[in-house]
Design a protein around this ligand. Structure first.
Ligand code: KG4
Ligand code: ZN
Length: 342
């Protein structure tokens, strides 16, 4: 079954065609980073307007890239939530309309299920069950995964998501938006022994996270190191970035280990934008090797938002017989646990 996937939940327009027989045929991505960079964050209305401009031309491009005719597409999947409602509505309206025009089934996909299943696109995908650490700009969640749609939330962030914390620290350090990859790059030049930032909530039982205290700690450290002109030395900024990254990675790693102990599972998958963080991958690889377990993640371009993960997740649900009615669905808030098992 060939499925067109459409992702427009935030600031990337992503489209892809996934074939259940042949795998991923093609994917195209248009990032709005430049549009939002000058504001230091995503402006929802600008995001929606740009999705309107980009989605259809990108769909034409991906069909051509896949070397197929539009008439060969057998299903359409679009991100129905969670995300920015205006941005979601663009992909949802286009996806649902194409489904009707082409007379093929359509399905609204949960964005975080898309992320969670992205490692399935790799040559050696994980087998169920496993623990998933979802770390994006909007979510930090530990999920016990029994199969597609069998999701039990083990813990989540009580305040900022991990990616959001990276972005806010990037802003404090004067780095471009989105801060995550820039903080990670700067951290490589930092001295890991200079600061020891707090690891939030590791001494409390349970699997929830909190990153807002760490963020305040970073802000106070920056303030204390500014010179009279208010400038922060480059090495100080790099050392702060490194200490922050270590604190986040270490916290995530401790909670992952706890989740694996609690479930008795040996497989951990990481997904979402922050799973692109190389230090996180390195630390978790080491942790998994120690417990004779295995770590799985998607290739870098499928960690952040993309159409391939939506095409894949939608294809699995369409193959299981799920179909949407004619309603155009956009759910800014949508619990992962409410999804149906297939
Ligand atoms: O999954 P995603 O593309 O969008 C959401 O669903 O939110 O995740 C974006 C987040 C941003 O906060 C971004 O700064 C972060 O992922 N990110 C990173 C890295 N690459 C992207 N954070 C840390 N290190 C990275 N290398
Ligand atoms: Zn995402």
């Amino acid at each position: 079954m060939k499925v067109l996937g459409i992702e427009t939940s935030c600031d990337e327009t992503g489209v892809a065609i996934y074939d259940s027989e042949a795998g991923l045929l093609a994917d195209c991505l248009y990032s709005q980073v430049e549009i939002h960079a000058k504001y230091g964050g995503v402006i929802p209305e600008l995001a929606s307007r740009d999705h309107i401009r980009k989605t259809l031309p990108l769909i034409e491009e991906v069909i051509e890239k896949a070397g197929i005719d539009a008439s060969e597409i057998e299903g359409v999947a679009y991100t129905a939530g969670p995300g920015l409602v205006g941005a979601l509505l663009v992909g949802a309206a286009i996806g649902r309309t194409l489904g009707m025009a082409w007379d093929v089934p359509t399905i609204g996909v949960h964005h975080m299920e898309g992320h969670l299943l992205a490692p399935m696109l790799e040559p050696e995908p994980p087998e169920f069950p496993f623990v998933a650490l979802l770390v994006s700009g909007g979510h930090t969640q530990l999920v016990k995964v029994g199969g597609i749609g069998q999701y039990e939330l083990l813990g989540e962030s009580l305040d900022d998501a991990a990616g959001e914390a990276f972005d806010k620290v990037g802003k404090m350090l004067g780095l471009p938006y989105p801060g995550g990859p820039h903080v990670a790059k700067l951290a490589q030049k930092g001295d890991p022994t200079r600061f020891d930032f707090p690891r939030p909530m590791i001494n409390r039982p349970g699997l929830d996270f909190s990153f807002s205290g760490l963020k305040t700690y970073v802000r106070n450290t920056i303030t204390s190191l500014r010179d009279e002109a208010g400038e922060l030395a480059e090495q100080d900024a790099a050392d702060i970035a490194r200490a922050f990254e270590e604190a986040v990675v270490n916290t995530l790693s401790i909670k992952c280990r706890r989740a694996l102990e609690e479930t008795g599972y040996k497989k951990l998958i990481i997904a979402g934008g922050v799973s692109a963080n190389l230090r996180l991958r390195e630390v978790l690889e080491e942790a998994m090797a120690k417990v004779d377990g295995r770590l799985f993640y998607a290739q870098l371009k499928y960690c952040t938002d993309n159409g391939a993960m939506i095409a894949y997740a939608g294809c699995q649900r369409l193959l299981a017989g799920e179909r949407d009615d004619l309603e155009i669905r956009a759910q800014p808030r949508w619990s992962l646990e409410s999804l149906a098992a297939i």
